[in-house]
Design a protein around this ligand. Structure first.
Ligand SMILES: Nc1nc2c(c(=O)[nH]1)N[C@H]1C(S)=C(S)[C@@H](COP(=O)(O)OP(=O)(O)OC[C@H]3O[C@@H](n4cnc5c(=O)[nH]c(N)nc54)[C@H](O)[C@@H]3O)O[C@H]1N2
Ligand SMILES: Nc1nc2c(c(=O)[nH]1)N[C@H]1C(S)=C(S)[C@@H](COP(=O)(O)OP(=O)(O)OC[C@H]3O[C@@H](n4cnc5c(=O)[nH]c(N)nc54)[C@H](O)[C@@H]3O)O[C@H]1N2
Ligand code: SF4
Ligand SMILES: [Mo]
Length: 678
């Protein structure tokens, strides 16, 4: 093949857990990715990618890529040492170990995966088929969004809301618990357009983020107080009669009870709870009650606290009070995943029928540390990790590491890199990246479906997750069963119902055909077509404070007076990209942002090394006084790999494994600490 003919350009999709799900154009030559660009003709991508994914060639061709199967040769508590083995050897040994365990109890085999890739193929499919066939333990995938997602289900009947593009036409946008510029860049483009057209932008976030810097107003509330703020806003909307009575009467179930509850939360009561001033709350209510169309971009940052589910339910009701849903540029967007849900053919991809009536136990991934240490539930004997890095990202990860250090735990990790988790594996299996495999993607930020074509062949001996699980299934003796024989092309063709796969292949993305203002006349996906202020089983939402707060735990709060949140560093994506040098150079080192007053009373100056601690552990971080923290709140930006931290730890050493009120989610931002000079 001449150099010219080996130049390729394919349609791609960004695989990351990001609401933007960008459409990519990937340029490659032979085995090398040359350039990754945003598609100019995809509406929300608009030709632009974030800094992280623009560096994809650097990540793909990183000298540290795991390119061959590796077998551990050191004890679990010793520094990790591995030797290269063949695929045949690795798969035969892994299958033998798993078979031995499955013969006693397949539920002692625990798969652990999350959103390293969001692809319908590489994110599950063949893996789910294998686990179902084996009867392995199931995983409750709660680490990110389950409180908010379940809250939307309880309120709207599904994860639906207004469409991304119409934010550009809003007159008022509340950016609530979202650092959009860092983690939802393509929403920000629309918000910025609205701003240029004269809209007012208000950011509701404890941290003065780069997004807050660009809004007209920033309300730095205390972490976990959003539900109280929503109730006070309702109180004011009622008091001033800034209500759309028609919408409330016709399209909301339980308005009378909600009204009664809201009237118990005047701004005077809510001000000390939120740390906001009474007049700030009143002014916000005035803006929201008197500006149309008003839109809320809610995001998952505000639901990583114990009361996160109730808070989302309350905020999700606000647009009904003012009838914002009547405009296409009004309403709320937290997740759009419910729009594509009916098109996803989970039954074909995951084959729950292979369970044959069994109901294996379910382990909550947000409490994996306790589960691995046998502090909860039956013993996990084997752990198979893919698309996730729990040793870094799971709460209270000191416990995860101690669990992974069990010499009697058999751990297999499918990875691109030697992450904190892979360091503890018995086997590390080389997985392909998005540049090297086929996949199909839906989005939780927009409503397009995308295809990802491989741009280059698999590097080294790496294989797609699907292929690894297909071969593992064969090694386990399932090779003659039809479910284990379908290749990726066959899986991709089955992934979506009612969408033309050939067209998707040709065009790279297909937009779902949906009404502009879907809820202008009710028609919610609930059983009665109305929004549920009162849910038949869950009742009326209420303000639920943080478990680690002066309200809930005064003694603890006296010992650990600072609330710590740990939102992502802009140039990392959870723990992905931390090992990409050019991106780590921008973030430099793990930091703790503090308010100057909090630093001063502890004798800390800008740049000092601090010891951040609570009963769960301690971590060393460099203090940064950059004006982003409010008094009483500190920010440990994440999610660094533990091994890049100054003391081999990261912020999740301090977070806890308690769960949210709804959805059993993780409570990363519900965490009290104290800080001292190191
Ligand atoms: N650059 C970058 N982009 C990302 C990610 C990343 O790691 N890096 N992660 C991706 C993933 S997995 C997800 S789920 C999304 C997450 O993106 P978001 O849903 O936006 O969530 P977070 O980034 O966790 O938090 C957003 C903001 O919420 C604020 N916050 C924290 N606690 C509270 C609170 O109690 N109330 C309120 N009102 N605000 C609070 C934080 O300070 C932060 O600025 O982003 C995705 N995009
Ligand atoms: N303190 C704190 N902790 C947090 C958060 C926070 O805000 N603060 N955010 C939380 C959130 S929102 C989330 S979603 C979780 C995310 O946690 P994870 O889902 O674990 O996400 P990542 O850390 O990005 O790790 C994904 C891993 O999958 C690998 N990977 C990617 N693609 C593939 C593939 O095709 N095959 C295989 N085998 N591997 C692949 C990547 O190399 C990477 O190591 O972290 C949570 N942890
Ligand atoms: S991480 Fe988000 S913003 Fe960046 S390319 Fe992927 S989808 Fe787009
Ligand atoms: Mo997430």
């Amino acid at each position: 093949m001449s150099a010219e003919t080996s130049l390729r350009r394919v349609h791609g999709a960004c695989p990351h857990d990001c609401p933007d799900t960008c459409a990519l154009v990937v340029h490659s030559e032979g085995q090398r990715v040359l350039r990754v660009q945003g598609r100019a003709d995809h509406p929300s991508t608009h030709g632009a990618l974030c800094t992280k994914v623009s560096r994809y060639p650097e990540r793909t061709h990183h000298p540290d890529r795991v390119l061959y199967p590796l077998r551990r040769v050191s004890a679990k508590t010793e520094p990790p040492r591995f030797e290269r083995v063949t695929w045949t050897e690795a798969l035969a040994d892994i299958a033998g170990r798993l078979q031995g365990i499955a013969a006693r109890d397949p539920q002692a085999i625990q798969p652990y995966s999350y959103a390293g890739t969001m692809g319908l193929l590489q994110g599950g499919s063949m893996a789910d088929r294998l686990w179902n066939r084996l009867g392995a333990a199931r995983l409750d995938r709660t680490i990110c969004a389950s409180a908010g997602a379940e809250a939307l289900n309880l309120t709207y009947g599904s994860r639906v809301g207004m469409h991304l593009r119409f934010f550009a036409e809003s007159r008022l946008i509340l950016i609530w618990g979202s650092n959009s510029i860092a983690s939802n860049l393509h929403f920000w483009t629309y918000a910025n357009q609205a701003k240029r057209n004269g809209a007012k932008l208000i950011c509701i976030d404890p941290r003065r983020t780069e997004t807050a810097d660009k809004c007209h107003q920033h309300l730095a509330l205390r972490p976990g107080s959003d539900g109280a703020l929503a109730l006070a806003l309702m109180h004011e909307l009622i008091r001033h009669d800034w209500l759309d009575h028609d919408y409330l009467e016709n399209y909301v179930t339980g308005w009378a009870q909600l009204r009664e509850r809201a009237l118990q939360w005047p701004p005077e009561r809510v001000a000390p709870v939120t740390g906001l001033k009474v007049d700030e709350i009143e002014a916000l209510a005035r803006d929201y009650g008197t500006t149309a169309p008003a839109a809320i971009r809610l995001n998952y940052g505000m639901q990583r606290v114990h009361g996160g589910g109730n808070a989302v339910r309350l905020i999700a009701l606000l647009p009904c009070l003012v009838g914002a849903w009547k405009h296409r540029a009004g309403g709320l967007l937290l997740s759009s995943s419910g729009w594509s849900a009916p098109f996803k053919n989970n039954a074909a991809l995951e084959r729950p029928d292979l369970l044959a009536g069994r109901q294996p136990r379910m382990v909550n991934m947000s409490a994996i540390g306790n589960a691995l240490r046998d502090l909860e539930g039956p013993r996990i004997e084997a752990l198979v990790v893919y698309n996730s890095n729990p040793a870094a990202v799971a709460p209270e990860n000191g416990n995860v590491v101690r669990g992974l250090q069990r010499n009697d735990l058999f751990t297999v990790v499918l990875e691109h890199f030697m992450t904190d988790t892979a360091d503890h594996a018995d086997y590390v299996l080389p997985a392909t990246t998005q540049m090297e495999h086929l996949d199909v993607h839906t989005s939780y930020g927009h409503t397009d479906v995308l295809i990802n074509e491989p741009a280059i062949p698999p590097l080294g001996e790496s294989k797609p997750n699907t292929q690894i699980f297909r071969e593992l299934a064969a090694a386990l003796g399932f090779g003659s069963e039809p479910w284990a024989q379908e290749d990726d092309e066959a899986l991709a063709r089955q992934a979506l119902l009612g969408l033309d796969y050939e067209r998707l292949r040709r065009e790279g993305f297909v937009s779902l055909d949906l009404p502009d203002a879907p809820f202008a006349h009710g028609e919610w996906p609930t059983t009665d077509g109305k929004v549920w202020a009162v849910h038949p089983a869950a009742g009326l939402p209420d303000f639920v404070p943080n478990v680690e707060s002066p309200e809930s735990a005064p003694t603890l709060a006296a010992r650990y007076p600072l609330a710590m949140i740990s939102p992502p560093a802009r140039n990392f994506l959870n723990s992905s990209f931390v090992n990409v040098q050019s991106l780590r150079d921008i973030e430099r080192e793990p930091v703790l942002e503090m308010h100057p007053q909090d630093a001063q009373t502890r004798g800390l100056t800008d740049g000092a090394m601090a010891r951040v601690f609570n009963d769960r552990g301690e971590q060393r971080l460099k203090v940064v006084l950059n004006g982003r923290a409010r008094p009483g709140v500190v920010h440990g930006l994440g999610v660094w790999w533990r091994k890049f931290g100054p003391d081999g730890k990261n912020v999740n050493e301090l977070t806890h494994q308690g769960l949210t009120d709804i959805g059993g989610g993780a409570c990363f931002y519900d965490c009290l600490v104290e800080v001292r000079a190191a």
